[in-house]
Design a protein. Structure first.
Ligand code: SF4
Ligand code: SF4
Length: 389
């Protein structure tokens, strides 16, 4: 069986495949938890295999087979911890069945010998010509020191460096390395002398911006004001309404395609669309025909399913009404480059989602320093909180 090939527009900036939302760690600032309140393990418990919470490797082969190969657009495997997919043995099965390049966002949960054995000789799929490493390993001090007898960073550097023995390029220069380590600049994280001594001359290491609220302060740079902190910082008591669309293909563990990270995480923090998937499976994944009924009454529904023969990337480009502005996840609304370096080279900020007609009460608008810059984004509510009823 094959599915019709998808047409990828040039504007598609990212393909993110959340293989599993389960994780071996429980970082307090984990972005999967929309409130970043240290409750990740409770929201995304590791469950018995009998609960169907992911597509099989064969189903992924079918679903990913419809995405045209593009050397400059890898499929990024993420989660949760993607190394844990299919009992830890799924990555190689997926990589074997498709021609794509993949990037991997991981905490290196498995030992290098186990990880590479499970790749089934598919290392090349994780190696592409790019200015940064395909395997981006995140360092989480508290959780890794807890797991690895207080030598978290040293263990992580050892694991990354040992990939050289299994066919990967490992270099301290990131453009020459298939693997690199990244640390979130959370206020409680710091780069110590011991860490510098451990990575220097061995593995690339970088920090990345922390996105979120900590101790009442907002961290990160966002195009859409209050999009991530409206309620978390008590600026307003309810989310706002706007129209929104995405430039990314975000696919959850069961193959559903979502319009933004908040919708995806929110649904999975509630157990995931397991019942809906079972119903959709019975109708051969015809989401376009049946999805509305299956998700009846749910304000935050997916935009499609990758196994639906009628699924089209056009589903992403449609502006949809959203009543959750203010709950947005930082990675959707932060200012960044697109894959053509739009911000660095041309000063054009890119965000994963695009919004318009944000119904911003005038009292909130008056709090902003850059009112003129952002005013075109807003449809100032004629009567404050007019959609409250
Ligand atoms: S390793 Fe990543 S996915 Fe897992 S808890 Fe930490 S931040 Fe979240
Ligand atoms: S406004 Fe925020 S929560 Fe709503 S769809 Fe856009 S990114 Fe998601």
């Amino acid at each position: 069986m094959t599915l019709p090939a998808l047409e990828l527009p040039a504007t598609l900036n990212y393909i993110g495949l959340f293989l599993t939302l389960e994780c071996n760690l429980n970082c307090s600032y984990c972005i999967n938890d929309p409130e970043q309140a240290g409750q990740r393990n409770r929201l995304f418990p590791i469950q018995a295999q009998s609960v169907r919470k992911s597509l099989t490797p064969d189903e992924w082969a079918l679903a990913l087979g419809r995405i045209p190969f593009r050397a400059d657009l890898p499929i990024t495997l993420q989660g949760g911890e993607p190394m844990l997919y299919w009992g830890g043995r799924g990555l190689g099965l997926i990589l074997s069945c498709t021609e794509h390049y993949f990037d991997l966002l991981t905490n290196f949960a498995l030992k290098p010998e186990v990880f590479t054995r499970n790749l089934l000789g598919q290392q090349k799929k994780l190696q592409r010509d790019a200015p940064y490493p395909s395997i981006r390993v995140s360092y989480h001090a508290d959780e890794m020191n807890r797991s690895w007898a207080n030598r978290g960073f040293a263990e992580l550097v050892d694991r990354c460096e040992s990939l050289r023995d299994y066919g990967f390029r490992v270099s301290p220069v990131k453009a020459n390395s298939d693997v690199g380590i990244y640390m979130v600049e959370h206020p409680e994280n710091s780069v110590t002398q011991d860490m510098m001594a451990a990575y220097t001359g061995r593995v690339p290491f970088e920090t990345k911006e922390f996105l979120g609220v900590h101790d009442g302060l907002l961290y990160g740079h966002y195009l859409y004001p209050f999009s991530t902190d409206l309620m978390l910082r008590g600026i307003h008591d309810m989310p706002l309404r706007c129209e929104c669309r995405t430039t990314e293909l975000l696919i959850d563990p069961l193959g559903f395609v979502w319009g933004c990270h908040y919708y995806l995480y929110h649904r999975w923090s509630d157990g995931g669309p397991v019942r809906e998937f079972a119903e959709l499976e019975k109708v051969e994944y015809r989401y376009r025909e049946r999805g509305e009924n299956i998700f009846l009454g749910q304000a935050m529904a997916p935009v499609g399913h990758l196994l639906d023969p009628d699924f089209s990337i056009d589903a992403l480009s449609e502006f949809r009404l959203c009543e959750q502005y203010g709950h947005c996840i930082g990675c959707d609304t932060k200012v960044k480059n697109d894959r053509f370096q739009s911000f660095y080279d041309r000063g054009v900020p890119h965000t994963s989602v695009q919004m318009r007609n944000i119904e911003m009460p005038e009292k909130l608008l008056s709090l902003l320093d850059e009112r003129d810059r952002v005013r075109p984004l807003f449809k100032v509510a004629e009567k404050e909180d007019s959609h409250a009823s």
